[in-house]
Each structure stands twice: as structure tokens, then as C-alpha cells.
Design a binder for this molecule. Structure first.
Ligand SMILES: Nc1ncnc2c1ncn2[C@@H]1O[C@H](COP(=O)(O)OP(=O)(O)OP(=O)(O)O)[C@@H](O)[C@H]1O
Length: 571
């Protein structure tokens, strides 16, 4: 919760201006109470000469109240706009600065929920209420000071019931905090699930499972609404308590004031002032109880955001890597996603600078897992991964991803031109862009388009084919001067010819260390790799050149034979 103070006080000037405007609004309201009392006394005593001045003062007060309300609304809306904006963009940039391994641990739906749902809860329950509490406190204090100068007995009575009114509902506040936290978690779940279900739209339609999916969604929606209802019930109980106490105080003041008037100790006007002032004491007590509880209920949500934004890389990264010079080594690497099954067992490999490596093996043997570990997606493995003899974990993220890039099947594209998608909005010259286009095999595509490199790619690159998007991704990596390029073709829908062309152009790049996960066992391509790494059941079981592996007549030979039934023909 403490970390939220940074956001609350970010716009100090607006914050304190708002306190001044709400104090003025509170003062004007109290001045109005006095005005009512004076008017009644002027009529009761027949003081005609004071009639015009009191009417003028009333009009002036109304104008002041209007202006104060206007300025107050203006300041408040500016404060909320700036603070919420700052909070949301700060959280967003913290999410972006997370390490890949940390980011992949959380479902992105959770981040979306924090950015919209949780921030809305913080705005409603904290930012708005904090001023209401301050305003209530100011009204309460000023009214109490005035009232104590008129009748200390009434002040004593109000204080006793006011304290009781605070203490009893306080007991319910913990329950409310927990329920609000549950509500926030349930909102997270429904956002993630909705996101997943929409991304599976084609499957839902294709397999005709809409009614099953509707049931799943209804259950999530029901859970969210049930938790929200629980919060509302607890809030209603708290409000019920505070209402009972405030009505008791109000009635008590009315009876005590009436009694003092009956005894002739105060005038009718003063009795009205007492009653009006007591509303400024009772009202704040009543509101503050539920407001303070609502503010407290934000604390668990604030802690949750803190935990989510915790970046484990801050703890370990202390090594730089200016440029990859020698080798990427994997020593005794073992990794499991779940305790009951190893995804990788005892892997030992060396990837030398500028050499080309292919990783092959049947589906599920651990190829993608291996390259994800090389890209530092997961940290909890046994063994070592060393880049130029430096522990992969310790290398600064900025250095690591400057030297290593991975291209997967789903290449993210900005809705902009081909050129901007290659440059990624950095300052590269046209010559540099054209150079990487040649190297990544994009030149043919560009020359066939009427607007060339300035052609727009469409939303997420929908005007381009899968292979073209992958080429743009390669150009991105090359312009960034990536030393090690990892290509995951495991799930690639690329046809053989496109895959062939893509790999051939990369294999020709001398100053690039290339690691390609491939399913397509094509001799003319595979002979160009320095080493083919063959995996089975999470282990590396063979490795060597294409020729060596074929002559070995082992597992690779059988895999190759399945895809190329007649070896003699394909050779
Ligand atoms: N996030 C995950 N959580 C749990 N198990 C996983 C996860 N990702 C992969 N696995 C399991 O780890 C094993 C290796 O998966 P991996 O994706 O590395 O295989 P692969 O060789 O790349 O397969 P493919 O060629 O089909 O892409 C598989 O048994 C898979 O079910």
C-alpha cells in the first residue's frame, strides 16, 4: 500500500489545491448554516434594518459556493486524470521492462485486468474517497469548534456516539478487504478467460462447442458477480451501522437543542445553527466509516500489483556482454515444467560463434524448451548455460537481447510500413535497411509492391504471408546486429519451398550464429549445417554433420527415412 503513496502525491500541487477548495466548500456550507440562523432571528426579532444586508450576504455566499464548487470540480478532475494516467502508464512500462522469463510466468490477461479493472477500483475506492474523508474531517472539525463554543454538552454527547460509530463497523473492515481482493482476482480470471476464448474463436466455431463455452463463461461471470454482491452486502451492513449511529446523534442533538431553547438559554436561530452544525458532524462520521473501510480494502490489491511487478532480474543481473565472441555452452542441463516429468535431461552442447546448428527430433522431444532456456525464458533449471563463459542469468537483459534474438512462428507486426517494422522506430539509415532486406531475402517482395518498402503491412501484418513476416523478423534481428539468431520452425506452417528459401538465405550469412529448430528434413538444406543436434525424450542422442548421421544409421537416419521414404531418390 505504501508504494501507492508515490502515486497519490505525484501531483502535489493539484492535491493540495484540492484540499484548499474542499476546505473552502466546507467553510461556505457552515457559513450558510449560520446565515439560516441569523435570518430566522432577524424575522423573529423584527429587525427590518438587517433584512437587505442579510439577503445581499446570502447572494454573495451563493456565488462563492458556486465558484468554489466549480474550481473544486475542475481541480479534482485534473487530479484524477493525471494520477490515473501516471499510475496506468507507470505500471504498463514496468510490465514492459520485465524480463521475458518473468513475463511468461503471468498470463497477459492478468496484466490487462490490473491496467483496467484494478486501476478503476483504486480510482473509485482510494483516489476519490481520500478527498471525501479529508473534506469530512474538515467539516467535522470546524463544526465541532463552533458547536463547542455554543454547547459543550452537545459536543460531549456527539463525541461518545461518534467514537462508538467508528469502533463497531471497524470489525467488518477486514472481511471487506478480503472480499475486495477476491473480487479483483475473479476479474483477473474472467479477463484472461475471455481473452483465451476469443483467441480460440475458430476452434469454438469449427468444433461446434459454443454452448459448452457459454457455460464456462457464465460460471466465471457468475463468480465475479457473486463476489461483487458479497462486497456490496458487507458495505451495506457497515452503512447500516453508521446510519443508526448518525440518526441517534442527530436525534440527540435535536432533543438537547430543543431543551436549551425551551429553557430560554438559546434563541430559535441558535437552535437552528446547532441542528445544522450537527449535520456537518454526523454526516462526516457516517460517511467516513464506510469511506475509510473502502480505502483500506484497496491495500491487498496494491500488494498484489506490487508482487506482480516484482522483477526477479533486478536481483541477479550484474554482468555485461558487449559482444558475443566465442561460444554458447550448455552443461548438464536438466529442466522440468512439472515435478513429475523432465522436459530436458542432462544436455551438453556447444554452439560456436558463426556456426550453423539444426535441432531435430519428433514432436514433444524438448526442442522448443531447449531454445527457450537458451533465451532465458525460465530460470529454474539444473546445470549451466554460459555465454562466452558468463552465466546466462547474470547477464544484463539489454546486453543479452542485443546479442540474441529468437524468431517464432507468430511474428508480431505493428500496423505500419515494412520499413518501420524492420527499424522498429529506431534511427537506421535507408542504406542499412536496404542491406538487411537483401540479407533476409526481402528484396523480391519489396520490389514487387507498388509502394515498395513503405507499403503498409496491415493489422498484425495481415497483408503479408507467414514467410514474409518471418523475413521481416529476420531483418529486424539483423539490423539490430544480432550475433545469435534462433529460429523456431517447429510449428511453422511454411511450405517446404518457403522454408527452404528462408533457411538457405540465413545459412549464407557468414557472421551469424544460427540455431534452427526444424521439422523439415531436406538433405540440400541439412548438409549446410555445421552440426545437426538430434533429440529424443528430452535428451540429445546424436549429433554431427548430415553425412555423419546418415552413415551412423541411427535415430536420425530413421527420422530422415520416414520423411524421405526412398533415401536413394532424395539423395
Ligand atoms: N509450459 C509447459 N508446461 C508444461 N509442460 C510443457 C510446457 N511446454 C512444453 N511442455 C512439455 O514439455 C515437453 C517438451 O515440449 P517442447 O515444446 O519443448 O517440445 P518440441 O520438441 O518443441 O515439440 P514440437 O516439435 O511439437 O514443437 C513436451 O512433453 C510438452 O508437453
Amino acid at each position: 500500500m505504501k508504494k501507492l503513496y508515490k502515486y497519490i502525491f505525484k501531483y502535489k500541487l493539484l492535491f493540495f489545491t484540492r484540499i484548499i477548495t474542499i476546505s473552502l466548500a466546507a467553510l461556505s456550507a457552515i457559513a450558510f448554516d449560520f446565515m439560516m440562523g441569523f435570518i430566522v432571528d432577524i424575522f423573529a426579532n423584527g429587525e427590518n434594518s438587517k433584512f437587505i444586508p442579510i439577503i445581499s450576504a446570502s447572494i454573495l455566499l451563493i456565488i462563492i459556493m458556486f465558484i468554489t464548487e466549480y474550481i473544486d470540480g475542475f481541480v479534482m478532475s485534473s487530479y484524477i486524470k493525471n494520477t490515473v494516467n501516471y499510475l496506468r502508464t507507470d505500471i504498463f512500462s514496468k510490465i514492459l521492462s520485465k524480463d521475458m522469463k518473468d513475463f511468461s510466468l503471468d498470463n497477459s490477461g492478468k496484466y490487462i485486468s490490473v491496467l483496467y479493472n484494478d486501476i478503476k477500483i483504486i480510482e473509485d475506492s482510494l483516489l476519490n474517497n481520500i478527498f471525501q474523508v479529508i473534506s469530512s474531517f474538515i467539516s467535522f472539525t470546524i463544526s465541532l469548534v463552533f458547536l463547542s463554543s455554543i454547547s459543550p454538552t452537545i459536543v460531549l454527547f456527539i463525541s461518545i456516539f461518534g467514537v462508538l460509530g467508528f469502533v463497531i463497523p471497524h470489525a467488518l473492515s477486514k472481511k471487506l478487504t478480503l472480499e475486495k481482493n477476491n473480487y479483483s482476482h475473479n476479474l483477473e480470471d474472467i479477463t484472461s478467460v475471455t481473452k483465451d476464448l476469443f483467441s480460440g474463436f475458430e476452434v469454438i466455431k469449427g468444433f461446434n462447442i459454443s454452448s459448452k463455452i457459454n457455460t464456462i463463461f457464465r460460471n466465471y461471470s457468475n463468480t465475479v458477480e457473486t463476489t461483487k454482491r458479497k462486497c456490496s452486502i458487507i458495505e451495506a451492513i457497515i452503512k447500516g451501522f453508521s446510519l443508526s449511529f448518525s440518526v441517534t446523534i442527530y436525534l440527540g442533538v435535536l432533543i438537547l437543542g430543543g431543551y436549551l431553547m425551551y429553557r430560554g438559554e438559546i434563541s430559535v436561530g441558535t437552535a437552528i445553527i446547532i441542528i445544522q452544525l450537527s449535520t456537518h458532524i454526523v454526516g462526516p462520521v457516517k460517511i467516513s466509516i464506510s469511506l475509510i473501510n473502502q480505502i483500506k480494502s484497496v491495500s491487498l490489491i496494491a500488494d498484489k500489483i506490487d508482487n506482480m511487478l516484482y522483477d526477479s532480474s533486478e536481483d541477479v543481473e550484474d554482468t555485461d556482454l558487449i559482444s558475443f565472441e566465442n561460444s554458447l555452452e550448455v552443461k548438464d542441463l536438466t529442466f522440468s515444467y512439472t515435478a513429475d516429468r523432465k522436459a530436458l535431461s542432462n544436455i551438453n552442447l556447444t554452439f560456436e560463434k558463426n556456426k550453423k546448428y539444426a535441432i531435430v527430433g519428433e514432436s514433444g522431444c524438448g526442442k522448443s524448451t531447449l531454445i527457450k532456456l537458451l533465451m532465458r525464458y525460465y530460470k529454474d533449471y539444473d546445470g549451466d548455460i554460459l555465454l562466452d563463459n558468463k552465466d546466462l542469468h547474470k547477464i544484463f537483459s539489454s546486453d543479452l537481447y542485443k546479442n540474441m534474438s529468437m524468431i517464432q512462428q507468430n511474428v508480431f507486426m505493428f500496423d505500419d510500413s515494412i520499413k518501420e517494422n524492420i527499424k522498429l522506430f529506431a534511427n537506421y539509415s535507408d542504406e542499412e535497411v536496404s542491406n538487411v532486406c537483401n540479407r533476409s531475402g526481402l528484396s523480391n517482395l519489396i520490389s514487387s509492391l507498388p509502394k515498395g518498402i513503405d507499403s503498409l503491412v496491415g493489422e498484425n501484418g495481415n497483408k503479408l504471408s507467414g514467410g514474409e513476416k518471418q523475413r521481416i523478423a529476420i531483418a529486424r534481428a539483423l539490423i539490430n546486429n544480432t550475433q545469435i539468431l534462433i529460429l523456431d520452425e517447429s510449428t511453422s506452417a511454411l511450405d517446404n519451398e518457403t522454408a527452404y528459401n528462408l533457411e538457405s538465405s540465413l545459412l549464407k550469412l557468414y557472421d551469424l550464429t544460427l540455431i534452427v529448430v526444424t521439422h523439415k528434413l531436406i538433405k540440400n538444406i541439412l548438409i549446410n549445417y555445421d552440426e545437426i543436434i538430434v533429440m529424443k525424450d528430452g535428451m540429445v542422442i546424436e549429433k554431427g554433420s548430415f553425412e555423419y548421421l546418415i552413415n551412423l544409421k541411427g535415430y536420425f537416419y530413421s527420422l530422415y527415412y520416414i520423411q524421405n521414404d526412398d533415401i536413394s531418390l532424395s539423395e
